[in-house]
Design a protein around this ligand. Structure first.
Ligand code: PRP
Ligand code: GLN
Ligand code: SF4
Length: 463
């Protein structure tokens, strides 16, 4: 099961805005692999290039050099959470109304998109896609056309109506507007690259471009860049108690990124250390299931004093293997992706560290393989609490029925997988590993949803 979000990149005031966006998206490819798009403003119109697949597959030199002109651009890489994975739903989503040409890129997921869409359709709005993100565009257009608002006020009004997780980049003629939702669920960082501004979901995009990280956008903030390099920040709702997605730190973001004021690598290592303190075990060595498990395994090894080994080798050419229609195919994908080093395993007592377990596909097939190769003992340590509840804010976690920990006790899972022992990091252990522990959403572990999903919410609710 792949759990991805989307990635955003925006740039204002660079002569090669589209090319910089390409690199900014490339650095964040792990955030979404279904489709990619860049939209630039050439002074008169929006220029766009979108396609299905990876950044390197969607863009050619001709797009970056000739077609995507101008010094302002936004880009998006998608992993669908509302609306099927198809070209029609690739972002940024572009529209024209009156004199306004607008493109929007969204990371997150709205929980009231279905309700708002029904309301808008009753008022005559015609939708082109099945994405939640399109609702935002129509709300903005109505704010300008019907209520006579300027673009900033229309965006603010729209953002007060939508509910859920949203980090947005909006290109409206020659303005670039960045927005973060009132709870700050998804990240969005602001940086500076010589004389121009850059925005990205993750700071690893800035590193590639040698841009300097300035600050994270605040929850409920709208940040506006316009001609002449002017910048303004508006709080479109009062700051509330933050509910940042802790899964960014556990699994999703790149370890070289700083998210929510902390470095991802260091957080994962601390989670591994907490895990070693909570559930020590006498063993010959510690090994991760790469890649996401690597950093917690380092922490477990450092805290326990056990040797660290890399006995499961990851094939980096395996792409999107997780979203497979059948369980057999998912099993094959896991074999393709992770293969153990035979000679290291036989007769050994092993601690395996994983960052997370969702369906259980990875551990079931790979633990079985370790056993076939003669491992004497296998102790699984998971660097986050058991995932028991679906996410409505931008991770395509399976429904509750598919989450292994929602339906089985830890003892049952250990028996079913064939483990000597299994331990999930406690919520307290997790929170001791991050800074500002009160600022996080934990709903997939404890079911306390900061925003209740509305009736009818679901990935295919607008198909
Ligand atoms: O229980 P499951 O449904 O199998 O899902 C959990 C697995 O998925 C994730 O890895 P992913 O395949 O995304 O690769 P990565 O660790 O290399 O990022 C995660 O790190 C687990 O290994
Ligand atoms: N993963 C995301 O952030 C997805 C954004 C949006 N909800 C979509 O489905 O396109
Ligand atoms: S429910 Fe879990 S995955 Fe979803 S936003 Fe909250 S912490 Fe993140």
């Amino acid at each position: 099961m792949k759990k991805e979000y989307c990635g955003l990149f925006g740039i204002y005031g660079h002569p090669e805005a589209a090319r910089m966006s390409y690199f900014g998206l490339f650095a964040q490819q792990h955030r979404g692999q279904e489709s990619a798009g860049i939209v630039s403003w050439d002074g008169e119109k929006l220029c766009e290039q979108k396609g299905m697949g990876l950044v390197a597959e969607v863009f050619e030199e001709a797009h970056l050099g000739d077609h995507l002109k101008g010094d302002i651009a936004i880009g998006h890489i998608r992993y669908s959470t509302t609306g099927a994975s198809q070209l029609l739903n690739a972002q940024p989503f572009t529209v024209r109304f009156g004199d306004t040409k607008l493109a929007l890129a969204h990371n997150g997921n709205l929980v009231n998109a279905h309700e708002l869409r029904t309301e808008l359709e009753h008022m005559g709005t015609i939708f082109q896609t099945s994405m939640d993100s399109e609702v935002i565009v129509h709300l903005i257009a109505r704010g300008m056309n019907q209520d006579g608002l300027c673009i900033e006020d229309a965006v603010a009004q729209a953002c007060r109506r939508i509910k859920g997780a949203f980090s947005l980049l909006i290109l409206a003629n020659d303005k670039l507007i960045a927005v973060k939702d009132p709870l700050g669920i998804r990240p969005l960082a602001l940086g500076r690259m010589n004389d121009c501004y850059v925005l990205a979901s993750e700071t690893c995009a800035f590193d590639l471009l040698e841009a300097d990280f300035m600050r994270a956008l605040r929850p409920g903030e709208m940040f506006i860049l316009d001609r002449g390099g002017r910048q303004r920040s508006v709080q479109y709702v009062d700051e509330q108690k933050k509910k940042q997605c802790i899964f960014e730190l556990i699994y999703f973001a790149r370890p070289d990124s700083d998210i929510f004021g902390q470095n991802v690598y260091e957080c994962r290592r601390a989670m591994g250390m907490a895990l070693a303190n909570e559930a020590p075990v006498d063993a010959d060595f510690v090994m991760p299931f790469p890649d996401s498990g690597n950093y917690a395994a380092v922490g477990y090894a450092q805290a326990s004093g056990l040797p660290f080994e890399q006995c499961m080798i990851r094939n980096h050419y395996v792409g999107r293997t997780f979203i497979q229609p059948s369980q057999d195919m998912r099993d094959l994908s896991t074999r393709m992706k992770l293969n153990p080093v035979r000679s290291m395993v036989k007769g050994k007592r092993i601690v395996v560290v994983e960052d997370s377990i969702v369906r259980g596909t990875t551990i079931r097939t790979r633990v079985k393989r370790l056993r076939e190769l003669g491992a004497a003992e296998i102790h699984m340590r998971v660097a986050c609490p058991a995932i028991k509840f679906p996410c409505y804010y931008g991770i395509d976690f399976s429904s509750k029925g598919e989450l292994i920990a929602a339906n089985h006790s830890v003892e049952d899972i250990a028996r079913f997988i064939g483990l000597e022992s299994l331990h999930y990091l406690s919520i307290d252990g997790l929170l001791s590993s991050v800074e500002y522990p009160k600022d996080f959403c934990l709903a997939c572990f404890d079911g306390n949803y900061p925003i209740q999903p509305c009736k009818g919410a679901g990935k295919m609710c607008m198909e």
